[in-house]
Design a protein. Structure first.
Ligand code: NAD
Length: 320
C-alpha cells in the first residue's frame, strides 16, 4: 500500500515529479496573509510527505513568494538535487515584459531571491498577455541561452487560453519548449485541457496543470475577491460546495482527486499555505490510489456544475 506520493516522468525532461506539486503563490500572500511559521511548516510538511516539486513566480506577491520559498528551503537545509524548482519570467507586479533583455535580467533576480544557482524550469508566465510572435522569436531563444549558461535546465510556457500553447509549439523548433503549465482547465468544472493532451504528447511536451480547486472556487471558503469567474460560475461552485458539506464531505478533496486521475498529466500544482492543507491534500491523493475516487460524489458535483461546465473567463490581449 503506497504511503508516499507517486512520482511521474515530466515529458522528455528526465525529471521525476511528485504528482502533487507545491504551488507557492499563497506564500506571496495572494490568498491572504501567511505567517513565516506557517509557510515554513507547510514546506517542511510537503517535503516530509514526498512532494519534490515547487512552483513560484516573481509575480506572486510582487516577489514575496520567491523570497519566502527560498528562505524556507534554505532554513530547512534541503539538498538542491532532491527538489525540482520552477519559476517564471515576463509577468511582474508592474506589468508584462517578455523582451530578451528583461527575461535575462529576471532569472538572475529570481535566483538571488531563491538563493539558488539554477532553477529546473523557467516558464514564460501567462504568454497571452504578450505578443506570441515575440515569445517565439525573442523570448524562447533568450531562454535557450540561459539553458546553455546553466541557469535553467528546461523551458516552459504558461497561460489560460489553450490556443496559446498550440500557437507557440507549432512555431518553435522541436524540443525547444520542454513543458507547458495550464491552469483551471483540468478540474471538475472545466476539463477542456483533455482534448489537447494527445497533441502535447505528440510534441514530447511535459504537462503540468494547476489550480485543481479552480483558484479557490472548489473550496468551502470560496475564492478570493479578485477571482475572475462570472457571478454565475461562482454561485454554482458555492452551491456545489454547500451540497458536499451537507453530506459531511469536502468539495476540495473530490476536486483534487479528479485532477490527479489523468496519468497524462505529470503533476498537479496545488496552492498550499499551511501544514494542514498539505496533509489534507496528500491524504486525498493516497486515498485515491488505495480506494479510487468517490464516484457518487463526483457525479453529484459534476451534475451540480453541469450548467457552467467549461465556462472560463477572458484572459490576455487580442493577438494581431
Ligand atoms: P488552487 O486551485 O490550488 O487553490 C488554492 C487555494 O485553495 C488557496 O486558497 C489554498 O489555500 C486553498 N487550498 C489548498 N488546499 C486546500 C484544502 N485542502 N482545502 C481547502 N482549501 C485549500 O489555485 P492556485 O494556488 O492558483 O494554483 C496552484 C499553483 O499553481 C499556484 O500556487 C501556482 O504555483 C500555480 N499556478 C500557475 C499559474 C500560471 O502559471 N499562470 C496560474 C495558476 C496557478
Amino acid at each position: 500500500m503506497a504511503t508516499t506520493l507517486e512520482r511521474r516522468e515530466l515529458g522528455n525532461t528526465g525529471l521525476k515529479v511528485s504528482y502533487i506539486g507545491f504551488g507557492a503563490s499563497p506564500l506571496g500572500n495572494v490568498f491572504g496573509h501567511v505567517s513565516h511559521g506557517n509557510a515554513l511548516a507547510a514546506v517542511r510538511e510537503a517535503l516530509r510527505v514526498g512532494i519534490n516539486f515547487f512552483d513560484t513566480s516573481p509575480y506572486y506577491g510582487g516577489t514575496v513568494s520567491e523570497t519566502v520559498l527560498g528562505n524556507c528551503l534554505k532554513e530547512l537545509g534541503v539538498r538542491r538535487d532532491e527538489i525540482v524548482v520552477s519559476t517564471k519570467c515576463g509577468r511582474y507586479i508592474d506589468g508584462f515584459d517578455f523582451s530578451a533583455e528583461r527575461v535575462t535580467r529576471s532569472i538572475d533576480e529570481s535566483l538571488a531571491r531563491l538563493k539558488m544557482d539554477h532553477v529546473d524550469i523557467l516558464h514564460c508566465h501567462d504568454i497571452e498577455f504578450g505578443s506570441l510572435d515575440q515569445i517565439v522569436n525573442e523570448t524562447i531563444p533568450a531562454l535557450q541561452k540561459l539553458k546553455e549558461a546553466g541557469k535553467i535546465r528546461f523551458i516552459g510556457i504558461t497561460g489560460l487560453p489553450l490556443g496559446v500553447f498550440t500557437y507557440v509549439l507549432d512555431r518553435v523548433p522541436p524540443g525547444s519548449v520542454d513543458v507547458i503549465l495550464s491552469y483551471c482547465h483540468y478540474s471538475i468544472n472545466d476539463s477542456t485541457l483533455e482534448d489537447l493532451l494527445p497533441y502535447l504528447k505528440s510534441k514530447g511536451v511535459g504537462v503540468i496543470t494547476a489550480s485543481p480547486l479552480a483558484m479557490g472556487l472548489l473550496t468551502e471558503n470560496g475564492p478570493p475577491e479578485w477571482h475572475p469567474a462570472s457571478p454565475e460560475l461562482k454561485s454554482a461552485c458555492r452551491a456545489a460546495a454547500a451540497q458536499c458539506k451537507e453530506k459531511g464531505k469536502n468539495i476540495s478533496k473530490v476536486a483534487l482527486q479528479y485532477s490527479l486521475t489523468n496519468k497524462e498529466i505529470s503533476t498537479v500544482l496545488v496552492g498550499m499555505n499551511s501544514p494542514r492543507q498539505v496533509e489534507e491534500n496528500v491524504a486525498a491523493a493516497l486515498e485515491l490510489s488505495h480506494e479510487g475516487i468517490d464516484e457518487d460524489l463526483l457525479q453529484e458535483v459534476s451534475a451540480a456544475l453541469e450548467p457552467v461546465k467549461n465556462q472560463t473567463w477572458p484572459s490576455g490581449i487580442q493577438q494581431t
